[in-house]
Design a binder for this molecule. Sequence first.
Ligand code: UDP
Ligand code: MG
Length: 314
Amino acid sequence: MKQLITVIAPMYNEEEIVEEYCMATMAALDLSNYTYEILLVNDGSKDRTLLKMQMMQERYPNHIGIINLTRNFGLEGAIYAGIRMAVGNIVVVMDADLQDPPDLILEMLKKYESGADIVIANREKRKNDNFFKRVTASIYYRVLDSLSGKIHLERGAANYRLLSGRALEKLRALPEVNGVFRVTVPFLGMKTETVIYTRNQRFAGKTKYNLKSMIRYALDSLTGISIEPLRKISLMLPIASIIFLINIIGIFVADGYWKGFFYIGVLISIFFGFVFAALALIGEYIGQIMIESKNRPTSLIYSYDPSLNGKEFL
Ligand code: UDP
Ligand code: MG
């Protein structure tokens, strides 16, 4: 029997795109050696997105499935709804505005066939994004990468990814509630390959992200990946020490009226030194609480081959 691919396509107010997206994706997948279903996730749209989805499902009942969320949960919520419900042996997550070209799935499948568990589609160029988005994205990925510790993040890669059944199983087993797909997938490790593509312009409609929601999204993934930002509080300690030293030197060098100034400076920098030390300590504890409450396993096992001795006892 042919393997089944489930394509997860989150949509929020995309009435102009539903049909075009489905047609383009089906045309691409028809060329593959797999059977497929496209799971359209309606993320609480306020326009006629759901209606359009239902029309497509009526026309192609074998290929179109619909998940209708109770309200708008945001992109991550929509992706995870798809992850929970997908029945395919392979899952592909992609934006539904045709910025992620559906043809690329064929290339990703080749990598899967040669043994990859995860295939990341990474953007070669952002020529279709404006200057502001390019600059903020570059800062975002740089910071995220510097905080990610042992987890390998692919710079520039967003949500267009293919997961094998094994990867999907491991992803579903992660207990965290507020998962960010582009952080939880790299956490899995496993054999990961990349394909490169140039991102298209949106087919129709507008981006759903304004500055505020972009900042919120960035913060979610930053705080989701590690407790490093909390640890950075302790950087304030050497800064307070330097200010302290400058003031001490000031006491010796200055005289009269100025001497008094530097005495006050010494007192203030000692005071702030204590406050920052206390904050850094509290930060460590909060970090531990975060780690514990996320409940992520300390490691994930890819395969296990016990010794001959061990097998006897299994
Ligand atoms: N999206 C969603 N829920 C939201 C916001 C966006 O499902 O609350 C979907 C949207 O319909 C699109 C994808 O997420 O398929 C990416 O959104 P968008 O194109 O607006 O983001 P951009 O490409 O501008 O970063
Ligand atoms: Mg888009």
